[in-house]
Design a protein around this ligand. Structure first.
Ligand SMILES: C[S@@+](CC[C@H](N)C(=O)[O-])C[C@H]1O[C@@H](n2cnc3c(N)ncnc32)[C@H](O)[C@@H]1O
Length: 216
């Protein structure tokens, strides 16, 4: 996501510091889930949260679930954290880091949902390995899912979706609840619309969605 350098960036980040877990790239260490969320038993994560409409909506709907949101662009994550603060939610924490670092930051098999919303498509074939739904990345995510866990993925980008269907299968996942038109489907009612989703569906793009899980 491209963003202009934001005014008062440091002050705004400091105002949300309680929601943004510091990550030291040179010394990654496991996040103590029970210290951050002593009351919660169920954990979910969104990867590439952008400006946070989805995670904020989801956390408001599910107060008994503890959420994390990962975003590698620092200025963007501040916007997302501000949204969470304004909504007075206490069940979201943000990490300004790359998805590839997650196995060093979280215990194995701790998330019952991983949300991938409108992941960057990296349209050139030679960049396929950078996609969050590239099979190696999906294998990495498998190590973070609980035995009943699921990945929920949605995108307007049909070539990325078709690529992802194959990659999920290649990484050993079973697919369920696949739709090529989320907003006209039975999953529309409970759908929480992301910033990109609002933008692309307003332009007439259909939204593709799937759920993926691993056989026990
Ligand atoms: C196209 S935007 C979608 C944002 C939001 N999910 C939405 O639907 O409005 C994709 C976001 O994922 C982030 N992102 C892409 N690859 C990532 C990675 N490997 N680790 C963390 N964040 C990533 C980008 O910085 C960008 O903000």
């Amino acid at each position: 996501m491209r963003v202009r350098k934001r005014k008062n960036g440091d002050a705004r980040r400091a105002a949300c510091a309680d929601l943004i877990i510091p990550v030291d790239k040179e010394n990654l260490s496991e996040i103590p889930l029970s210290e951050i969320y002593p009351e919660h038993k169920s954990f979910r994560i969104e990867i590439g949260c952008g400006k946070g409409a989805f995670i904020t909506g989801m956390a408001a709907r599910e107060p008994d679930i503890a959420f994390f949101a990962v975003e590698r662009v620092g200025d963007v994550i501040v916007v997302a954290a501000e949204k969470t603060k304004a909504a007075e939610l206490h069940n979201v924490r943000f990490l300004n880091c790359d998805a590839a670092w997650l196995p060093s930051l979280f215990p194995a098999h701790c998330f019952d949902r991983i949300y991938l919303n409108f992941s960057d498509p990296w349209p050139k074939d030679r960049h396929a390995k950078r996609r969050l739904t590239y099979r190696k990345m999906l294998e990495l995510f498998a190590g973070l899912l609980t035995p009943d866990g699921r990945i929920e993925f949605k995108t307007d980008n049909r070539p990325l979706f078709d690529f992802s269907l194959e990659e999920f299968r290649a990484a050993g996942y079973t697919l369920e609840n696949v739709t090529y038109d989320l907003h006209a489907s039975e999953w529309a009612e409970n759908n929480i619309v992301t910033e990109y989703e609002a933008n692309f569906s307003a332009k007439g793009f259909k939204i593709n969605r799937l759920e993926a899980f691993l056989a026990k």
